[in-house]
Structures are given as structure tokens and as C-alpha cells.
Design a protein around this ligand. Structure first.
Ligand code: ARG
Length: 228
């Protein structure tokens, strides 16, 4: 917990989990790339700070921030009540939702059809929470990487994957024999997280985001990385 409104570091340490295309992934050069990274680099420029990226497991991000090792989490992170007790969120920058991935011709049409199924998820995500808390009698298989959940579905280890819409689309595009079931679940809002009480950094990020929206940089990055 930061007293006195926090501070804006010369180097902003940004935590992510680069297993979540198009928001973050490791590119062909071996660098962590993606929409969130591009936005944070632009934010850094506007604030006048360097940006250093730390790639780690998704479920470790909040703990790492709470122990003071991260200034920002940029990880397609959904704002939830529970997380709001642990970190502060910036303004939301993207609206998403959970999609279901099933094998082509699968039988899932509604959320009720998921009852009792074996559901593969990325550990610690809102897809995990949904599968665990909202689906009756689910058997939840948790993977460190979303792509490994998809591989498990492909080889018949699970019935479906529940994961955010954009990576779901990318994973289905990259793998034959899979299809999406959309629109079963509610919208979620992505935001960047800062340490609890670091109002200065939160406000600076919000100002930079607003500037980027006004000057067209934000939309340019949406087009480049997300393609809408
Ligand atoms: N939006 C989901 C959540 O907040 C999944 C985010 C996963 N992000 C990642 N970089 N792996 O729980």
C-alpha cells in the first residue's frame, strides 16, 4: 500500500503474461509484444518514463504487485470486485467477454449445456472463476497458458475451453477443427492495475489514455493489433 498518493517512477515496471494474443504474446524476435504493451509504451512516452516489461504467470501478477514488484499490470485484466480490493484500476480501455471453444460440430448452445462438463481454462482468470463458480458440477482443468487449455481440448482431455473472446478467436484461427460459441456470458471491462493508493500513477495513465484517444493513437493501435 502506497501512502500519500504514490509516485510516478522513472522506470515503470509493467507486469504481464504474454500468453494472451493479441493483447500480449512473445513475437518472432522473442520480445513481449501486443496491444497492451504498445499502449503502455505510448503511455510511458507521454508520462516521460521508461517502461520495463516483466513476463510472468497470470495468477502471480496481483501478488507481485502487492509485494511492490510491479508498478502496473497490463494483461487484458478484467476489473472485478475481488481484484479491486487488492489493486486500483485505471479507466477501462476495452470491453470483452468470455467465449466457449468447442470441437467443430459440438453440442454447446447455451450456458446450461456446460453443466457437468470438463472445462479447460487459464488458471486465475475470469474464465476460471466462471467455470468454477457459475457452471454447475463443472470439472475445471487449470493451465498456466491458455494455449495449453486449447491443446487439451484438441486431444480430448476436456470438453470445452472458456477464455476471453479475442484470444479465443486467435486460438480457433490457428487450430483446425475448433469453433467458438459466443455471447453466452456478460461483458467484462479490461483496465490496467496500479498499486493500491498510487493515485498519481493512475491519474497519469488515465490522462495519457485520454490523450491517446483524442489524438488517434489509441485507435491506430486497436487497428494494428486487434484489427477492428
Ligand atoms: N480477462 C481475463 C482476466 O482478467 C483473462 C486475462 C488473461 N491475461 C493474460 N495476459 N494471460 O482474468
Amino acid at each position: 500500500e502506497t501512502a500519500d498518493g504514490g509516485e510516478i517512477p522513472d522506470t515503470i515496471v509493467v507486469g504481464t503474461n504474454a500468453e494472451f494474443p493479441p493483447f500480449e504474446y512473445v513475437n518472432d524476435d522473442g520480445d513481449v509484444d501486443g496491444f497492451d504493451m504498445a499502449v503502455m509504451k505510448e503511455v510511458g512516452k507521454k508520462i516521460g518514463s521508461d517502461v520495463e516489461i516483466k513476463n510472468m504467470e497470470f495468477k502471480s501478477l496481483i501478488g507481485s504487485m502487492e509485494s511492490g514488484n510491479l508498478d502496473v499490470i497490463a494483461a487484458g485484466m478484467t476489473v472485478t470486485k475481488e481484484r479491486e480490493r487488492q489493486v486500483d484500476f485505471t479507466d477501462s480501455y476495452y470491453t470483452a467477454k468470455q467465449y466457449v471453444i468447442q470441437k467443430e460440430g459440438g453440442s454447446i448452445k447455451s450456458a446450461d449445456d456446460l453443466e457437468g462438463l470438463t472445462i479447460a481454462v487459464q488458471e486465475g482468470t475470469t474464465g476460471d472463476l466462471l467455470a468454477t463458480d457459475e457452471i454447475k458440477d463443472s470439472n475445471v482443468k487449470r493451465f498456466k497458458k491458455g494455449v495449453d487449455a486449447v491443446m487439451d481440448l484438441k486431444k480430448g482431455g476436456s470438453d470445452v475451453v472458456i477464455i476471453d473472446a479475442n484470444p479465443a478467436q486467435e486460438f480457433v484461427k490457428a487450430n483446425k477443427g475448433l469453433e467458438l460459441v459466443k455471447d453466452l456470458f456478460d461483458d467484462e471491462s479490461y483496465a490496467f492495475a496500479v498499486q493500491k493508493g498510487n493515485t498519481k500513477l493512475k491519474d497519469a495513465i488515465n490522462d495519457a489514455l485520454k490523450e491517446m484517444k483524442d489524438d488517434g493513437t489509441f485507435d491506430k493501435l486497436v487497428k494494428e493489433y486487434i484489427g477492428q
